[in-house]
Design a protein around this ligand. Structure first.
Ligand code: MTE
Ligand code: MO
Length: 413
């Protein structure tokens, strides 16, 4: 309940902030003047914001809002600059996640980029002919369309704390930092060919045009050349429409099966190098650290997961229910999903129906005669590569890749 209230308050404060920012971007006026034009006196507005958000932060800073699209509280949970899709919002939805419902993970804030002046620079020691592609140039390459998930490396992180008793630092996602869309774009290998990629290139590092992250600079994350030349795309469409501003307009990377951070949004530059490349996003972040990982391996591929299309914790009415959910894997499609409604004592197979695209997800359902009381639901996926979700996930300090079966509490009344 407290969370819901906070969401609403933050949402209103951000909406107001966004309106002020838009006004101030087009006309160079003071914040006070913007408030007056919006029909709010400076004092009244400040008091309103303080009352709404519980802090004056929204009014003390001139920074643009982190996320541009509306993120209503029946669909999203607000986590700082990020927006997690609520799993109950997937219920009744089709296979693809509409852009309006797709989670947002921003290290800083979504920039508004003009495609007419945007360009993509490809350069570095690993290319013979550095190139600058305009948006038009990009659209002239042969295009391909792929249905794939994008999922944050930290999706499910909160369960390290709530389920395993070892809280991990970082955004406390439930399981809503994932979405599946149909992406259309250009093969990165075609772009690298155009730039004359050399035989001894080892790393490819796309870089975002969003505001720099403190001293770490622009968000950027190297991809090994083998992966870059394999199935990576530079995409400009999501579900048949130009990418929305929050999801990387005018172009972003799609790195199938890899953690979200590899899928650099608002890409403006790609460095290709004959030497290994490093940024904060493959050194201080996105490595497994802690006692279980003395060698601090880099995090790259995703692990299988499952989620029920229910609130967390959920509520249901007693009687015949149909539980629905989705499971996904980076290693293939989904072979089977087993569900327990008694905390893991007994298991039954769910029925998978509809599309089951590799590196996207599968939708499933299972009937349940729900009796009044408290219940713990579990779903365990097996993918076509034979990976099975474990009972526990090996702890790492930053709580990456929580792939264990989640205990989903539900109250039936
Ligand atoms: N330029 C840029 N790219 C980025 C990010 C970012 O903050 N800046 N966040 C990354 C992370 S951590 C994730 S999980 C995905 C989220 O993509 P989405 O916001 O479209 O859902 O984008 C990735 N690409
Ligand atoms: Mo992420």
């Amino acid at each position: 309940m407290r969370n819901a209230l906070k969401n609403e308050a933050q949402y209103d404060a951000e909406r107001l902030d966004r309106a002020i920012w838009r006004l101030r971007r087009t006309e160079s006026i003071s914040r006070r003047e913007a408030l007056t034009r919006l029909g709010l006196s400076a004092l009244g507005g400040a008091a309103l914001a303080a009352g709404l958000s519980g802090s004056r932060r929204a009014f003390a800073q001139d920074a643009p809002p982190a996320v541009i699209k509306p993120t209503p509280e029946d669909t999203f949970r607000i986590l700082n600059t990020n927006r997690e899709t609520l799993w109950q919002a997937f219920k009744g939805q089709g296979y693809l996640t509409p852009a309006s419902q797709f989670f947002v993970r921003n290290h800083t804030s979504s920039p508004s980029i003009d495609a007419a002046t945007w360009s993509l620079r490809v350069e570095g020691s690993g290319v013979r002919n550095p190139i600058d592609l305009s948006y038009e140039d990009l659209l002239c390459f042969p295009t391909v369309t792929r249905t794939r998930a994008i999922e944050c490396a930290g999706n499910g992180r909160s369960f390290y704390g709530t389920q395993q008793g070892t809280p991990a630092s970082g955004t406390q996602w439930l399981l809503g930092a994932i979405g599946v869309a149909e992406w259309r774009g250009v093969r990165l290998s075609d772009i690298l060919d155009r730039a004359g990629v050399t035989a001894d290139a080892v790393d490819v590092m796309p870089e975002g045009l969003d505001p720099e992250v403190n001293t770490d600079g622009h968000v950027r994350r190297p991809i090994p050349i083998e992966k870059a030349l394999d199935d990576v795309l530079v995409v400009f469409e999501m579900n048949g429409e130009p990418l929305p501003p929050d999801h990387g307009y005018p172009a972003r990377l799609l790195v199938p099966g890899w953690i979200g951070i590899a899928n650099i949004k608002w890409v403006g530059r790609i460095e290709v190098s004959t030497e290994p490349l490093f940024s904060a996003w493959n050194t201080t972040q996105y490595r497994f650290t802690g006692a279980n990982y003395p060698d601090t391996p880099v995090v790259s591929r995703q692990v299988p997961k499952s989620a029920f299309e229910l609130a967390f914790p959920g509520t249901l009415t007693a009687g015949e229910q149909v539980l629905t959910g989705r499971s996904w894997s980076a290693e293939g499609s989904i072979r089977s999903v087993d569900v327990s409604v008694d905390g893991g004592a007994t298991w039954r197979p769910a029925v998978i129906s509809g599309r089951n695209v590799r590196q996207a997800w599968a939708q499933w359902s299972i009937p349940w005669q729900a009796t009044p009381g408290e219940h713990v639901l579990k779903a365990r996926a097996t993918d076509t590569a034979g990976n099975v979700q474990p009972d526990t996930s090996l702890f790492n300090d930053n709580g990456y890749l929580f792939g264990a079966v989640v205990n989903h509490p539900v109250t039936v009344s």
